[in-house]
Design a protein around this ligand. Structure first.
Ligand code: MF3
Ligand code: CO
Ligand code: CO
Length: 270
C-alpha cells in the first residue's frame, strides 16, 4: 500500500511523520496562531462572539487557507468561542461580551493539507482575580504537559503532569474531552488524555503530531452538552478555561507548531 508520504503507523494507529512533514505543520500552526494574535484587539465589552468569528473567517480566507471546522460534522463556524462556564465548542452568536467575561477561542486551519489547531484565553474588560488564577493554572498545566513530551516518555506522562498540577491547585481537569493526533487529518489517534498515570499509554516517538488542550474547571470536572449538540458547559456552572497547542515530537523533545508570533498566547502577557 502506498501512503501519501513515507512515515509509518504504530500498533496504536498513531502516525509517525517524517522530518520533512514538520514544515507543513509549522506553516499551518503559524497561521492559526497569527489569527489568534490578530483577534486580540477585537475582544472588548459589547463585542459579539459572532463578529469575532466573522473576523476569523475573513482572515482564514485572506490567507488562502481553509477552515477545518466549517462543515465539520455539520459545524458552521470558523471558530469555537467558549465564554465563562462554557468548557468547549461554544457556538459564536449574537451574545455581547460583558465586563470580566473570559473566553476561549479555538481555531483550526488547513494549509496545503496540514492542520493547525490552537486555542487560548481572552478577557473582555477587567480580568477578575479568580478567573486569572484559573487561566494561569490552565496555561501552566498545558506547558507542563508539553515539557513531558520526548521520545521514550508516554502519553500517560503528559496526562499525569497536567492532572497533578491542576489538582494541586484544587481545580478539576475535564475528562470528557481530550487532545488528539493531527497532521493531514483533523482528529487522529491517539486520544491525548489530560489525566492519567505516569508510564502508561503509548510511548512517544519522534514524528508524532498531536494536540494537548487541557480544559480546567474551578469547580467540579463534570460537563454536559446543551441541546444545540455542541456547547459543553460545566454542570456546576463553575468557570472553565482551556489552552491548546499543536506539537510535533522531535529526537530530544518537541516543537510547538502554534507558538504565538506576537508573544500573546497568555492574555496578560500582551
Ligand atoms: N478545534 C477543536 C479541537 O481542538 C475542534 C472543534 S470541532 C468544531 O479539537 F466542529 F466544534 F469546531
Ligand atoms: Co484540538
Ligand atoms: Co482546537
Amino acid at each position: 500500500m502506498t501512503e501519501p508520504h513515507n512515515g509509518r503507523t504504530t500498533k496504536d494507529g498513531i502516525r509517525v511523520h517524517e522530518r520533512g512533514d514538520f514544515a507543513g505543520m509549522h506553516a499551518a500552526g503559524k497561521l492559526a496562531a497569527t489569527i489568534l494574535d490578530e483577534i486580540a484587539e477585537h475582544i472588548f465589552v459589547g463585542q459579539t462572539t459572532g463578529e469575532i468569528d466573522r473576523l476569523i473567517e475573513e482572515r482564514v480566507e485572506a490567507a488562502g487557507a481553509k477552515s477545518a471546522t466549517i462543515g465539520y460534522k455539520g459545524y458552521k463556524h470558523a471558530s469555537c468561542i467558549s465564554v465563562n462556564h462554557v468548557v468547549c465548542h461554544g457556538i459564536p452568536g449574537d451574545k455581547k461580551l460583558k465586563d470580566g467575561d473570559i473566553l476561549n477561542i479555538d481555531v483550526t486551519v488547513i494549509v496545503d493539507g496540514w492542520f493547525g489547531d490552537t486555542s487560548r484565553m481572552y478577557v473582555a474588560g477587567k480580568l477578575p482575580r479568580k478567573a486569572e488564577r484559573l487561566i494561569n493554572v490552565t496555561h501552566d498545566a498545558l506547558m507542563l504537559g508539553i515539557e513531558a513530551v520526548k521520545p521514550g516518555n508516554t502519553f500517560g506522562d503528559i496526562g499525569h503532569a497536567i492532572q497533578t498540577f491542576v489538582e494541586g491547585h484544587r481545580m478539576s481537569v475535564v475528562t470528557d474531552f481530550c487532545g488528539h493526533g493531527l497532521g493531514r487529518v483533523f482528529h487522529a489517534p491517539p486520544n491525548v488524555l489530560h489525566y492519567g498515570r505516569a508510564g502508561t499509554g503509548p510511548v512517544l516517538e519522534a514524528g508524532m503530531f498531536f494536540t494537548i488542550e487541557p480544559m480546567v474547571n474551578l469547580g467540579r470536572a463534570e460537563t454536559k452538552t446543551l441541546a444545540d449538540d455542541w456547547t459543553a458547559v460545566t454542570r456546576d456552572k463553575s468557570l472553565s478555561a482551556q489552552f491548546e497547542h499543536s506539537i510535533g515530537v522531535t529526537e530530544d523533545g518537541c516543537e510547538i507548531f502554534t507558538l504565538s508570533p506576537a508573544g500573546k498566547f497568555h492574555p496578560t502577557y500582551g
